[in-house]
Unconditional design. Structure first.
Length: 115
């Protein structure tokens, strides 16, 4: 099982990034997918969730209206489009695959928002 995130980097405040998480080794279309983040010295925060079919999404209040989660089950990939980025969005972003009782985490990708 692998979840490989990509797309992180350094961006100025107000900018955009698109994260990708490519899955392998399990039936991706059966799993709910989530993006979480963790900043230094802070607890991990759930950012966005998408159902296995992609027909329902949910967001943390801190990112609502700025971030969009989506998925392509044919490509075994989940995305996080991040717009209007703020310095407080800086963190390591992780994707998570869940289908109770199984859960798989990616290794994370760093996002830094700074001028």
């Amino acid at each position: 099982v692998q979840l490989v995130e990509s797309g992180g980097g350094l961006v100025q405040p107000g900018g955009s990034l698109r994260l990708s998480c490519e899955a392998s080794g399990f039936t991706f279309s059966n799993y709910r997918m989530r993006w979480s983040r963790q900043a230094p010295g802070k607890e991990r925060e759930l950012v966005a969730t998408i159902t296995s079919a992609g027909d329902n999404t949910n967001y943390a209040d801190s990112v609502k209206g700025r971030f969009t989660i989506s998925r392509n089950n044919a490509k075994n990939t989940v995305y996080l489009q991040m717009n209007s980025l703020k310095p407080e969005d800086s963190a390591v972003y992780y994707c998570l695959a869940q289908s109770w009782p199984k859960a798989y985490w990616g290794q994370g990708t760093q996002v830094t928002v700074s001028s």
